[in-house]
Design a binder for this molecule. Structure first.
Ligand code: AVI
Length: 331
């Protein structure tokens, strides 16, 4: 389709609500706290307060991820412009802070469209409206969608043009490896020959630097974790005492990931949604993993999803990578 009007004055060219199934916060929390290794899913970090705290994390001096990727995007802008050519259609699953995609849009040669997708319809609409008002010639659409689920892109009024699916931030690292593979396969399904997945992937580095990045001295990452307990208290009638926990992050070189936990300072009883739990002194609740790759281990994973790297860029000072992947025809 080519005759879709460009957005005006912050208006969206389209908004599609695909009604993603609500995740079952209550069932997931109760199941996670009932396991021998208590665990909570990191997807529940991002309520309004959690998203604000995550912004603080991205500003923490030790958390190199965001500023390194932004600098890398600045550096490779001209190369991305070449690779994409004129009239590209940019899709961003899990559209978060729009700072990165704005850099991409600004680098490209007259991109035709931008489509943001997020599980929160209000959030994605607001973010996309802001982009539309700053880019009156760009067709901007928003989709309320869970990017881990399939989507029939032919149902969206997208203009013709090379599709660039943009997945920055090394969010891929927060998935277990089978989940990461499944996500890459899903995103590959959005691409046709010549389209690309442009993905930011954090790389292995010194364990001490990683542990500092995930346990910043200003306490933003600890607060991010405590907020999950506060959210459980507020939304599920919980009686967890955040001050009864220490936050811990450690680099596990055998699994190539930073693992994050809340560790009980003393024996505690608590309830969630009317169910009673006990946590013993020193016992932990596992809250998140952040996998770190080498460029090769990531591209091996991508290859298994039917994606081949056409090019990659790695930052020199702090290792972080951005890959331009295309459909390989396999898988
Ligand atoms: C969103 N994601 C890529 C972050 C990361 O670096 O793994 C989440 C995070 N958790 C604690 N700090 C940052």
């Amino acid at each position: 389709m080519t005759d879709v009007p460009a957005s005006q004055d912050g208006d969206l060219a389209f908004f599609e609500d695909l009604h993603p199934p609500a995740s079952d916060f209550r069932a997931d929390v109760l199941a996670g706290l009932s396991r021998p290794q208590k665990a909570l899913s990191p997807k529940y970090f991002y309520d309004r307060t959690g998203s604000e705290i995550f912004d603080r994390i991205t500003q923490a001096p030790e958390y190199y991820v965001t500023r390194t990727e932004l600098a890398l995007l600045d550096r490779i802008g001209p190369e991305l412009r070449e690779l994409a050519g004129p009239g590209a259609v940019v899709l961003e699953p899990g559209a978060g802070s729009s700072v990165k995609v704005r850099k991409l849009i600004d680098a490209l040669d007259q991109p035709a469209a931008f489509v943001g997708m997020d599980i929160s319809g209000d959030h994605v609409k607001a973010a996309c409206r802001d982009i539309a008002s700053d880019h009156p010639d760009l067709l901007v659409g928003a989709v309320c969608h869970d990017f881990t689920q399939g989507i029939d892109l032919s149902a969206l009024p997208l203009p013709d043009g090379k599709r660039i699916v943009f997945f920055p931030g090394s969010t891929i690292g927060n998935f277990e490896l089978d989940g990461a593979l499944a996500l890459l396969q899903t995103l590959r399904g959005w691409l046709r020959a010549g389209d690309a997945l442009l993905i930011g992937v954090d790389l292995r580095k010194d364990g001490a630097a990683l542990e500092a990045a995930y346990d910043d001295a200003g306490g933003a990452t600890a607060d991010f974790n405590y907020n999950l307990l506060s959210r459980i208290n507020a939304e599920l009638g919980g009686t967890l005492d955040p001050s009864g926990f220490d936050y811990r992050a450690f680099w596990n070189p055998y699994r190539s990931r930073v693992e994050m936990y809340l560790q009980a300072r003393r024996d505690m009883g608590f309830a969630v949604a009317g169910q009673d739990f006990v946590i013993r002194k020193d016992e932990t609740i596992h809250t998140e993993n952040s996998h770190k790759f080498t460029a090769d281990t990531f591209q091996d994973l991508a290859r298994r999803a039917g994606l081949e790297a056409r090019t990659q860029c790695i930052s020199e000072d702090t290792p972080f990578s951005i890959h331009w992947l295309e459909v390989s025809g396999e898988a």
